[in-house]
Design a protein around this ligand. Structure first.
Ligand code: NAG
Ligand code: NAG
Ligand code: NAG
Ligand code: NAG
Ligand code: NAG
Ligand code: NAG
Ligand code: NAG
Length: 476
């Protein structure tokens, strides 16, 4: 199978039409059935399927999970919906919104200027936080076993000092009354993760390009990184919709984001999304050799249930690919392709599945980390599939690339307090659960508040990169 893989990428074999159509009909039926089921069962679990009129609305959309996901509802992001995407590119081609990026950058700058006097430059006493090396040699520390501790020092930025917060993650700005969720730090048993030093990070990443690739949760992490770095330098926005790029002049460091819901190729003829499990998504794969570091993540879009295709696979397999298997195959495809890419010599970090915390459709009552992990079989399985694929891919690394795992699933399983919940928009807090004439507001227990737990992902990322990029110096 491994050997066949590279050939598969070139293969343009046609897919059996009749099969696709019948699978399509089945999926449509399932989606309708589940929609009906849920909409008739109760208004406690509202589902709203947005159609074309909402394409412009990039902040909120509720998607059905037609698969096995316990949540019953997942809030994904309209920016990533295939129809939204095709609509956007149509508009972009027509020149209709070619200005919107520039315009939004201007707004950003305005807000930054007005808030800059409020912002005190990073002056925290870092020595008290810094890598008190302790007994353990730095590089040996297991980052993923430890505990959450309360740290009143406060977050690395606020909704006021970070001008690029996506509104749906701006929990304070959306009226969330409590704030303690901003103050918990992850403390591995064997070492201490220092508070993120943005200046040091930029120095370490001098001349380098760091790319975040994935869905809206990847965007969540990328924006957290930008907010943190923004505290020492306002970057310039470059790039376009396909590749968002932010450039830090002082060190010539670039932070990139590329949207890829599944990380594998997808097509959407006549509005029906087909996910090609054995071909990496060209949206990022074409650019891979440019990047020094890529942080990959995915998963939640697989709960949607799509039509999964193997271009060169066994014909009779196609009927049997469920979401979980599809995820497994897709992960293996992507990681193997990176591991064996002839021209990629960078570091590829797989961030494991981000846990969500829908409990009865809600997570807004959680004000501090959970004392105990609530078992979530789906989350555990998704993470295990990733790790499985990761281990397979590592065996195949043939060129200069390095694969690293950032295994955050369990650690963040405790953070049921870190999601926007009902504070996902300024209006939503009063409207959650209410039926607004066919439209319903539901909670977001999937993405993470900013500032909030997601910032710790970047502190962990910094630790991983230190080991790779300056391992020797740090160990002294
Ligand atoms: C859904 O979950 C049940 C039990 O957890 C499992 O037996 C079944 O195979 C799953 N179905 C799919 C499509 O994943
Ligand atoms: C961007 O700004 C230009 C000129 O200021 C304006 O004509 C255009 O409509 C704006 N575009 C958007 C999407 O706001
Ligand atoms: C930083 O904090 C530590 C302990 O809290 C203290 O000993 C040290 O003097 C402080 N350093 C500065 C520069 O304030
Ligand atoms: C920031 O959060 C505060 C509450 O902590 C809120 O009053 C303010 O309106 C928010 N500002 C922005 C720009 O979101
Ligand atoms: C990658 O590997 C191929 C053969 O496996 C080799 O020809 C090529 O030079 C290698 N490229 C790099 C950058 O090491
Ligand atoms: C790798 O680089 C070589 C030389 O620049 C180029 O010809 C080749 O197409 C590249 N391969 C891939 C898979 O990008
Ligand atoms: C989406 O959110 C915006 C505010 O962010 C709100 O004005 C709008 O009504 C919401 N749309 C729907 C359909 O919920």
């Amino acid at each position: 199978m491994e050997i066949a893989l590279s050939k598969k990428f070139l293969c343009t074999c046609t897919v059996h039409r009749s099969l696709v159509i019948s699978v399509g009909i089945m999926v449509l039926f399932l989606i309708r059935a589940s929609w009906f089921l849920v909409s008739s069962s109760s208004s406690m679990f509202p589902l709203s399927v947005k159609v074309a009129e909402d394409i412009q609305n990039t902040e909120n959309i509720t998607k059905i999970d037609s698969g096995n996901h316990s949540a019953g509802q997942l809030i994904l992001d309209a920016r990533d919906l295939p129809f939204a995407e095709s609509e956007r590119s149509r508009k972009a081609e027509a020149g209709e919104d070619s200005n919107s990026l520039e315009n939004s950058t201007k707004t950003v700058t305005g807000r930054l200027d007005s808030s800059i006097s409020i912002w005190a430059p990073a002056s925290h006493n870092t020595s008290s936080h810094s890598s008190n090396s302790g007994k353990t040699k730095f590089g040996d520390c297991d980052l993923y076993h430890g505990k959450w501790i309360y740290d009143p020092t406060g977050p690395l930025y606020t909704n006021i000092t970070c001008p690029i917060l996506t509104q749906s993650q701006n929990c304070q700005g959306n009226g969330r009354p409590d704030k303690d969720y901003e103050n918990w730090r992850w403390k591995p048993d064997q070492c201490h993760i220092p508070r993120f030093d943005a200046r040091k990070f930029l120095e370490m990443m001098k001349g380098k390009i760091l790319a975040f690739i994935g869905d809206s949760v990847a965007r969540n992490q990328m924006e957290s990184m930008l907010c943190i770095l923004w505290q020492v330098e306002a970057p310039r926005m470059r790039g376009n919709r396909r590749m968002h790029r932010w450039h830090f002049r002082s060190t010539s460091t670039t932070i990139v984001r590329i949207w890829s819901s599944w990380l594998v190729h997808k097509s959407a003829p006549r509005g029906i999304v087909k996910v090609h499990l054995d071909k990496p998504d060209e949206a990022f794969f074409e650019f891979l050799p440019m990047f020094d570091v890529v942080v990959l993540s995915s998963g939640h879009w697989f709960s949607k249930g799509s039509i999964y295709l193997l271009l060169n696979g066994e014909k009779d397999q196609r009927n049997h690919i469920n979401n979980m298997n599809a995820y497994n195959i897709a992960m293996e495809t992507v990681l193997t392709a990176i591991a064996t890419h002839p021209n990629y010599t960078g570091i590829a970090i797989l961030r494991t599945y981000s846990p969500d915390h829908y409990k009865g459709g809600s997570c807004s009552k959680n004000l501090e980390p959970a004392k105990k992990l609530a078992g979530n079989g789906h989350t555990v399985m998704m993470r295990d599939k990733q790790v499985e694929s990761f281990k397979e891919a590592v065996k195949k690394v043939s060129n200069g690339s390095k694969l690293r795992l950032m295994d955050i699933t369990e650690v963040f399983g405790y953070r049921h307090d870190g999601h926007p919940g009902r504070y996902r928009s300024p209006e939503a807090k009063n409207l959650v659960g209410r039926d607004l004439g066919g439209r319903t507001q539901s909670e977001d227990c999937l993405h993470w508040c900013m500032p909030g737990p997601v910032d710790i992902w970047n502190e962990i990322l910094f630790e991983i990169l230190k080991r790779e990029l300056q391992g020797e110096q740090v160990k002294v």
